[in-house]
Write a protein that binds this ligand. Structure first.
Ligand code: F0G
Length: 433
């Protein structure tokens, strides 16, 4: 180990009143005012030295250096002993370009950061490896989260690896099949709550405080530290030349906040010389943040959420204030897209051979909308983040391609046939005409 990894000490700081507490303090919120906590990590190396250190680790075949989260650990959890890290590993997700997506959005230089390539199929693994590592090193007895499905799948997998009991609170009837299946399979105690995600989070907060269970939702500052590495990794993949825009789907606003913090820190350290603009995209039926943005963020809005993109079916986002800061500091924008726009974007992404879950497609649908409105220029470089894997929500796919009447324009209807060559010939004829 180098001295850098042993001498630094991080602090947790209240975003509202500035009170600081130790890195290993178990308080789930500020003990003075109840505000959300954020991590402050001392930076002891120059940008040049950090870049060289990160690049040097890329060759690692095993261990923390092979993780796309822990490779950046000086900016995530500098004090951690590598032997204490609970890692799958995770990250190392591709940055793709596809002509079909550039054509559909009207943005030629569109890159896709596909977080669905993480071990449990979503970006949540990046935050969960850090939050689970922290839970273990602070001696947690059990871990819990409220979730629309991906956080619970990820928590269940990392808790299983760390041999910690896990409790998840999910909205009954509104979790995509793949996510529910994962959560059960990885062995988490799964509570189907009669209520929406916002009710689940309130209950999970109450239960974890009353029962002494570590809450690993994105209000946990360690989650955001891990999620920052989506930005660090994509910047490194671009040789630290920042794009003009980074677009992402927004629900509980943890990821929007993490992206803002990552860009702020990368800029302060000198890893990048200018800030990309964040474009946060909500589903129209669950768009309190977008509505508030259009009114200059004058007031905090709450809505009764409804969208087919169940991952972002959230009406009262928890990380509101820090997401406002992220949008303001990056000169960012917030927009919303209809379920029809989400489904069309998803069909294009899927048919390009890339594939994602419905909520993820909101980022690409948002890019297309912002291009049409002239907010994004045709020659700008845009990175759109796909947050979850195609297999997360098979129900939405079957409904779109097989069941929706009349068939949507991009539906790929299956054809049932008798087991005869003539039948296959008939289908081939149909395909030719
Ligand atoms: N995309 C996917 C696939 C998600 O699962 C989520 C959130 C988001 C985007 C939005 O990110 O909440 O940080 O703004 N899923 C959470 C969950 C709520 O419980 O899995 P956010």
């Amino acid at each position: 180990m180098t001295p850098v990894e042993t001498i630094v000490e991080s602090r947790q700081r209240c975003e509202q009143c500035g009170t600081t507490i130790g890195e290993l303090d178990l308080a789930p919120a500020c003990p003075q005012c109840g505000g959300l906590l954020e991590m402050v990590n001392p930076i002891v190396e120059s940008a040049v030295a950090l870049r060289a250190r990160f690049a040097g680790r890329r060759a690692a075949l095993r261990g923390p250096d092979a993780s796309g989260v822990w490779r950046y650990r000086e900016l995530v959890m500098p004090s951690v002993q590598p032997s204490a890290i609970v890692s799958h590993p995770e990250g190392n997700t591709p940055l793709l370009s596809r002509a079909a997506l550039s054509e559909w959005t009207g943005v030629e230089d569109l890159l896709i950061k596909h977080e669905g390539h993480n071990p449990t199929g979503s970006f949540k693994d990046r935050g969960m490896t850090v939050a689970t590592t922290q839970a273990v090193r602070t001696g947690a007895r059990a871990v819990a989260c409220a979730s629309t499905g991906n956080t619970s799948a990820s928590l269940a997998a990392y808790a299983a690896q760390a041999r910690l009991p896990a409790f998840v609170f999910v909205p009954a009837g509104n979790v995509a099949l793949g996510k529910l299946a994962q959560t059960l399979a990885y062995g988490a105690k799964t509570l189907l709550v009669r209520g929406n995600f916002d009710a689940c989070l309130t209950l999970a907060r109450e239960a974890s405080a009353a029962l002494g269970i570590a809450l690993l939702n994105s209000i946990n500052p360690f989650r955001l530290e891990g999620q920052k590495t989506i930005v660090f990794e994509l910047l490194e993949q671009l040789d630290w030349q920042p794009p003009d825009w980074i677009a992402l789907p927004a629900g509980n606003l943890g990821n929007t906040s993490a992206f803002g913090k990552a860009l702020r820190e990368a800029h302060q350290i000198g890893l990048i010389d200018r800030m990309p603009r964040i474009a946060a995209v909500q589903a129209r039926g669950a768009a309190p943040f977008s509505q508030s943005f259009q009114r200059g963020f004058g007031e905090r809005i709450r809505v009764e959420p409804d969208t087919i993109a169940t991952a972002i079916r959230i009406g009262d986002p928890a990380s509101w204030d820090r997401a406002v800061r992220a949008i303001r500091e990056t000169n960012g924008v917030v927009t919303d897209v209809s379920d029809a726009e989400i489904l069309e974007a998803k069909a294009v992404i899927d048919a390009a051979g890339v594939g994602c879950e419905p909520a993820s497609a909101a980022s690409v649908a948002g890019v297309a909308r912002l291009r049409r409105e002239g907010v994004i220029a045709a020659n700008e470089r845009v990175v759109a983040v796909l947050t979850g894997n195609l297999l997360k929500d098979p129900g939405a796919i079957v409904k779109y391609h097989q069941e929706t009447e009349p068939a949507p324009a991009r539906a790929n209807r299956p054809i049932e046939i008798d087991a005869r060559l003539s039948e296959v010939e008939r289908v081939l004829e149909l395909t030719r005409t």
